[in-house]
Design a protein around this ligand. Structure first.
Ligand SMILES: *Cc1c(COP(=O)(O)O)cnc(C)c1O
Length: 367
């Protein structure tokens, strides 16, 4: 039996009736942009995360970009983020005009290291973007202490962490703002692009509502130049359906991750480890191995799909070559990027799917 990395058809089939009902409701309303569905989703997601305000936008990248801009960060400023993040984190920072600066990661959790971040701070540094990568929350105690001490803004990248918690508090409620993506494959995904910003700052939320809609303060009156980046009614209606399932899906992801960890404990693969204070939502299941290519090939020959998140840290990407960072800038992140391999993990995979992947991996190491 083949095991795909993700089974979007099975996922959508599991909520088909509810999604069709939501789409029907929007079609019957005849209202497609900035209406009741977006307003209701913003309220429901704010209650879920535990913040006062949510502003729906066009993507996770836009959420980071607009949150940074609304916080007054731009050209001439530096923003520190984790070297091993997904490149869109850096796309969002660059779009604001600020310079993205790579910091290294914690060797155990593979998330941003506060001590490495502190070494990158200079008088141009304005913000830190912790990335709750793989669904695992960053150490928010250490990062908040650092930002308080240095007077920096925190904008959390929560694109892989819908529902993740640090000491019982949800990611997206720690910084000045949290940036979420609803790209279809995320733990909470739309039927296309979408994103949202969470915040407890009323003035920031007001600024973001204007910014996402050409700087409009009331119809045809514009107080700033703004952008066009909105979550649309159809996506919001679908997200409302899916938000009601999120905790159950996250619980299943965590169960499947635990099955992987115990079944593979006898192999040389290094399993992902959660910090004691962390409630991970297991967006991915990244193991580490020095035999990555061989394991990948072995699984691929048996129709089991794996992916690498991510093979090249952003500071070594061609796109940032002009900034002159070299190998050795973030040694832990660089080693992780050379060794990390994501096994399939999604709610529809089931215990049988995990067992099948594990059987082939055990076969590889016993050969
Ligand atoms: C997906 C993702 C983004 C970007 O989200 P989009 O909605 O695709 O723009 C940003 N950061 C991380 C960590 C992501 O995984």
């Amino acid at each position: 039996m083949a095991v795909p990395f993700l089974d979007m058809k099975a996922h959508l089939r599991s909520i088909d009736n509810e999604v069709q009902g939501a789409i029907r409701r929007v079609l019957d309303s005849g209202w497609l942009i900035l209406g009741k569905e977006v307003a209701a989703f913003e309220e429901e997601f704010a209650a879920y995360i535990g913040v006062d305000h949510v502003v729906g936008v066009g993507s996770g990248t836009d959420a980071l970009h607009l949150a940074l801009r609304a916080a007054g960060i731009g050209s001439g400023d530096e923003v520190i983020t984790a070297a091993n993040t997904c490149v869109p984190t850096v796309t969002g920072i660059s779009a604001s005009g600020a310079l993205p600066v790579p910091a290294d990661i914690n060797e155990v959790t593979m998330t941003l290291s506060a001590s490495s971040a502190s070494e990158r701070i200079n008088n141009k540094t304005k913000a830190i973007v912790p990335v709750h990568l793989y669904g695992h929350p960053c150490n928010m105690d250490a990062l908040q202490a650092l930002s308080d001490q240095q007077g920096l803004v925190i904008i959390e990248d929560c694109a892989q962490a819908h529902g993740a918690q640090w000491k019982g508090r949800k990611c997206g409620s720690f910084g000045l703002a949290g940036a979420f993506s609803f790209y279809p494959s995320k733990n909470l995904g739309a039927l296309g692009d979408g994103g949202a910003i969470t915040t407890n700052d009323a003035a920031l939320a007001k600024c973001l509502r204007e910014m996402r809609n050409y700087g409009e303060i009331k119809r045809y009156y514009h107080s700033s130049r703004g952008y066009n980046s909105r979550l649309d009614e159809l996506q919001a209606a679908v997200l409302r359906v899916k938000l009601a399932h999120l905790d159950a899906w996250n619980a299943t992801r965590r169960e499947l991750a635990a099955l992987y960890s115990s079944a593979l404990s006898s192999t040389p693969l290094r399993m992902p480890v959660d910090a004691a204070e962390a409630f991970s939502v297991a967006h991915l299941f990244p193991v580490r191995t020095t035999q990555r290519e061989a394991v990948m090939n072995h699984l691929s020959e048996r129709d089991i799909q794996t992916l690498i998140h991510y093979p090249i840290p952003f500071h070594l990407q061609e796109a940032f070559a002009d900034l002159g960072w070299e190998r050795g800038t973030c040694p832990v992140a660089e080693t992780v990027c050379d060794q990390v391999l994501s096994l399939p993990l999604y709610p529809e995979l089931g215990a049988d799917g995990v067992a099948e992947v594990c059987e082939e991996i055990l076969g590889f190491f016993s050969a």
